[in-house]
Design a protein around this ligand. Sequence first.
Ligand SMILES: NC(=O)C1=CN([C@@H]2O[C@H](COP(=O)(O)OP(=O)(O)OC[C@H]3O[C@@H](n4cnc5c(N)ncnc54)[C@H](OP(=O)(O)O)[C@@H]3O)[C@@H](O)[C@H]2O)C=CC1
Ligand SMILES: O=C1O[C@H](COP(=O)(O)O)[C@@H](O)[C@H](O)[C@H]1O
Length: 505
Amino acid sequence: MDAASFILFGATGDLAKRKIFPALYNLYLDQKLPAQFTVFGLGRRQWDDHIFKANVAQSIHSFSRKKVEDPAQLEKFLESFQFCILDANKQEDYVKLRTMIETREQQLGAAPNRMFYLSVGPEFFEMIAEHIDQSGLGSESGWKRFVIEKPFGHDLQSARQLNRKLNETFKEEEIFRIDHYLGKPMVQRLEVLQQKNPVLQALWTNRYIANIQITANETVGVEERSGYYDKTGAVRDMFQNHMLQLLMMLTAHFPNNSTTEAVRFKKKMVMEAVQPLHPHQVSNQVIRGQYNSGSINGEPVTSYREEPGIANDSMNDTFIAAKLEIDDYFWRGVPFYIRTGKRLKEKSTRIVIEFKEPIKQSTGADIPVPNLLVFEIAPDESIFFQLNARDPIYKEQIKPLFLDFQVDSKDLPEAYENLIHDAWHGDATFFAHWDEVELSWKWVQPILDAFAANTVPLHLYEAGSFGPKQSDELLNKDGFHWWFDEPTLEQETLITERNEEKTYV
Ligand SMILES: NC(=O)C1=CN([C@@H]2O[C@H](COP(=O)(O)OP(=O)(O)OC[C@H]3O[C@@H](n4cnc5c(N)ncnc54)[C@H](OP(=O)(O)O)[C@@H]3O)[C@@H](O)[C@H]2O)C=CC1
Ligand SMILES: O=C1O[C@H](COP(=O)(O)O)[C@@H](O)[C@H](O)[C@H]1O
C-alpha cells in the first residue's frame, strides 16, 4: 500500500474527534494503513503537536470501536501525527504546510501521495481547493485525492457551481464525496446480496414487488447544529444524499463482479429513470413536517421552535416523506415511499420490501399477510424474511414465520473506517459520483422550491411519534401502510426473541 500523507482540515472539530481519529486508529490496529503514513492536523487553534496528540488520544479513548489495550501501541500510532496552525483563508499558511509536508516526506523517503480530507464547513471547499492548487501542495509527482463531507451544495445551481470550481484543481476521479451511508456494512452488502443470489435477482422486479419503504428515523433533535440545520432541513441534510443513495443501492441492477465504473453507471441509470417531480405534484407526493414538543423514551423534549438558536417562527422541515417511482423495465409501477426525520419514536434505519399478492387470513380479522424482506441498517443490522405458514395449534390459521439473520455489528468496521480505507486505496465505488449528486439535486429541486415558497403545508408532529399523520396517508391512499410503526404481535415477538437469542451471519 502506498505511503501517503493524510492532510486533515478541521482536525480540531467534532467530526474528526468522533469519527475520523477512531477510524484511523482501528485501521491501524487492523494493519490497513500503509507502513509509512503521516496525519497532518490543521485548524486555527493555537495547538502544537503535543496538544494535538493528546486530543487524538482522548478521542480514541472515548469513541473508538476497539478499546486501547496496549498504550505503547497507541503511542506508536500517535508518532505519525503532526499539527499545523492554518487559517483556510491565508495562502501563506498553505506554503508553510507544504514545507512541513515535504520535510516529512523527505525524512521518510516517501512519495508525495496526498489525501486532503475536508472536515470543515462547505463554505471552505472552493477556497481550500484553490489554495492547494496555488501553493503547489497538489504535487504532480504523487497521487492526490480530495475527500469532502456533505453537504455538497445547497441546491442544484450551487452544487453545479461548486463542482465546476473543484474541477479546476481536481479531476472527477480525484474527488471522493463522502456519503457515510454508503460506508455502512449493510448498505455495502446490498450489491453482493443481489448479485450472488439468483433467488433475490428473480424477485427484484415489479412483477413481484408491491412497494418499497425506506426509513431513517432518528430520536435526536437538532442538537448543537441549529446554525447549519435551520438552513438545511431534512430534505438537504438526509433526503437528497443518504436516502437517495439507499434508493440507488437497492434498485440498481449490478452486473456480476461490478467495477467502480459499473456500480456508478448503474446508480446513475436509476436516478435518470426516477420520474421527475413536477411542481404541481409536490403537495401530493411530499409531506413536510416539523417536531412539536413531546416525549421520547419517557423524557420530555421541547419543540423545534424552542430549541436554542431556532427562530420561533421557523418553517424548517425536520421530517420529510415522499413517494416516487422509477420508470424503467424493472420498477415501473412500484411505489417507493421514503421518509426521514428527527425526534421520532425510535432510531431505525431500514428498507422494507413488500411483495405482491398477500394472502388473506381465513379467520379473524381479514388482514392481508404479505411476504416481507427487510434490511435493518441501524441501530442493529439484520436481514429478515417474513413467510407464511400454518399455525401449528390453530391449524386453520396462517402464522408468519421469520427467517432472521442478525449481524453481529460490534466487530464490523464502522462506516468511516470503510470509507477512509477505500479512499486511501483509491477505490471510489462507495463514494458519490458527481453525476449521481447532480441528478439527486435535480430531483429534489422542485421540493426545495415548494418549501421555500411555502406551497406545501408544514405539519407539526409530536416528538416521540412517527411523524405527521399525513405521512401515513401517503401510503394509505395507495392501500399500504408503513411497516413496523405498529409491529404485529408476531413481529414484536421476533424483535424480543432476537435480543435473547441471536443468529449471526
Ligand atoms: N459532526 C458530524 O457528525 C458530521 C459533520 N459533517 C460535516 O463535516 C464537516 C465538519 O463538521 P464538524 O466537525 O461537525 O464541525 P465543527 O464546527 O466541529 O468543526 C469545524 C472545523 O473547521 C475548522 N475551521 C473553521 N474555520 C476555519 C478556518 N477559517 N480555517 C481553518 N479551519 C477552520 C475548525 O477549526 P478551528 O476552530 O481550529 O479553526 C474546526 O476544526 C461539516 O461540513 C459538516 O457538515 C458531516 C456528517 C456528520
Ligand atoms: O449526515 C447526517 O447523518 C446523521 C444520521 O446518521 P446515522 O449514521 O446516525 O444514521 C444525522 O443525524 C445528521 O443530521 C446528518 O447530518
